[in-house]
Design a protein around this ligand. Structure first.
Ligand code: AMP
Length: 112
C-alpha cells in the first residue's frame, strides 16, 4: 500500500509543493509545528533513514542541500532545525523518508 507521500508525489493527493526536481519535492507540512515547517521528500521510496543504502548516498546529500536552499528561500536567517524521525521511538508516522525543516521560532534542546 502506498503512503500519503507517494500519493502526493504521483499527484493523486494535492499538497502545497514549493519546488521539486528529479530527486525530491518540498511541501509544507499539513500540521506545522513551527511558523515554517517544510518537508523535503525523496521521490524514491526509502521507508526511513535506517533503510537507506549506499546507492542512496547522493540522494541523501541532495535532500540536505535542498533543505538548506528552501530554508534560505523562506528567509530563516535566524536559524532552523532539520529533523529526520526514524521508527516509532523516533516519532516517525509516515514510512517514507522525509526531512523536516522547522523554523520561525527558537527551538528547545533537548527535543521532546
Ligand atoms: P513523521 O512523523 O516524521 O513521519 O512526519 C510526518 C509528517 O507528515 C507530519 O509532520 C505530518 O503532519 C505530515 N503530513 C502528513 N500528511 C500530510 C499531508 N497530506 N501533507 C503535508 N504533510 C503531511
Amino acid at each position: 500500500m502506498s503512503t500519503i507521500f507517494e500519493k502526493i508525489i504521483s499527484g493523486e493527493i494535492p499538497a502545497e509543493i514549493l519546488q521539486q526536481d528529479e530527486l525530491c519535492l518540498v511541501i509544507r507540512d499539513i500540521d506545522p509545528q513551527s511558523p515554517t515547517h517544510l518537508l523535503v521528500i525523496p521521490k524514491k521510496v526509502i521507508p526511513r533513514i535506517g533503510n537507506a543504502q549506499k546507492e542512496d548516498q547522493a540522494t541523501l546529500g541532495h535532500l540536505l542541500l535542498v533543505a538548506a536552499e528552501v530554508a534560505e528561500k523562506e528567509k530563516l536567517e535566524a536559524g532552523y532545525r532539520i529533523v529526520i524521525n526514524n521508527g516509532s521511538d523516533g516519532g516517525e508516522t509516515v514510512p517514507h523518508l522525509h526531512v523536516h525543516v522547522l523554523g520561525g521560532r527558537p527551538m528547545k534542546w533537548p527535543p521532546g
